[in-house]
Design a protein around this ligand. Structure first.
Ligand code: CIR
Length: 254
């Protein structure tokens, strides 16, 4: 059993933070519909979806992934790199409290959950526009006592580590090598995104199934060709806010 924590799309998502994308109008109703279908997909995969109410003052709050790192033993509440996003953490901390003991990243450290890629007890952390070396050091101090190893991984040309690389099976990473060095992942199996789909590296593994955007059919075929079951969701409106499929939920194994 898994709890999937989500948060409703803010009516002001159009005022979201943007780093690598030009601003385009976002249709809030379409974004809400896509988000609801994404939640339905998680429910079909056996998650118990718990949705936090929308926060009109927090345009990016649908992207709950950045506010916490949820492991089996504890959850770390982050200090997001974008100042506008820091107030998002309060409601998420409250929602996670019943499920996990909580620890916190504190100033001057910054860390976005989108930079944290867990592969068993190995934790890869993107050194990115949002996550600084102090954030990685604090995460390491919090996780090492629980037997995790934390490794810093520089990213370039994208927002977060998980824009470039995500887990698609127990020992397999989907990767865009233009944005992160493959060597960082040592002996793990790698699947490259199709070169025509640079944003295709963000996939959400739920159990043994990958939840994946409709927007990247060539990369999807690569995943399926390696025997990975894929469920597609249209998240095109959320993608205009620079969000992907991992960003919209926090999964907590029960
Ligand atoms: C931001 O720039 O923070 C949001 N507009 C997008 C965050 C996406 N989050 C993620 O990839 N984990």
């Amino acid at each position: 059993m898994r709890v999937a924590l989500t948060r409703a799309v803010s009516p002001n998502i159009g005022r979201c933070e943007l780093t690598h994308l030009a601003r385009q109008p976002i249709d809030v109703e379409v974004a809400r519909l896509q988000h609801a279908r994404y939640e339905a997909c998680l429910a079909e995969l056996g998650c118990q979806v718990q949705r936090l109410p929308a926060a009109p003052d927090l345009p990016d709050s649908v992207f709950v992934e950045d506010t916490a790192v949820v492991l089996d033993e504890l959850a770390i509440i982050t200090r997001p790199g974008a100042e506008s996003r820091r107030p998002e953490t309060a409601a998420v901390a409250q929602a996670l409290q019943p499920y996990r003991r909580l620890a916190h990243i504190v100033a001057p450290a910054t860390l976005d959950g989108g930079d944290v890629l867990c592969v068993g007890r190995q934790v890869f952390v993107g050194l990115s526009p949002r996550t600084n070396p102090a954030g990685i050091a604090q995460l390491q101090d919090l996780l090492e006592p629980w037997g995790y190893t934390v490794k810093s991984v520089p990213v370039r040309g994208c927002l977060h580590l998980k824009s470039a690389a995500t887990l698609v099976a127990t020992d397999t990473i989907l990767i865009n090598r233009a944005w992160v060095d493959a060597q960082a992942f040592g002996p793990l199996e790698l699947i490259d995104v199709d070169p025509t789909e640079p944003f295709g590296g963000n996939a959400l593994l739920v159990g043994e199934t990958v939840v994946y955007p409709t927007a990247y059919p060539a990369t999807r075929r690569r995943l399926e060709g390696r025997g990975i079951p894929v469920r597609v969701v249209d998240v095109s409106e959320l993608a205009k806010a620079e969000g992907g499929v991992t960003c919209c939920s926090l999964l907590a194994r029960q």
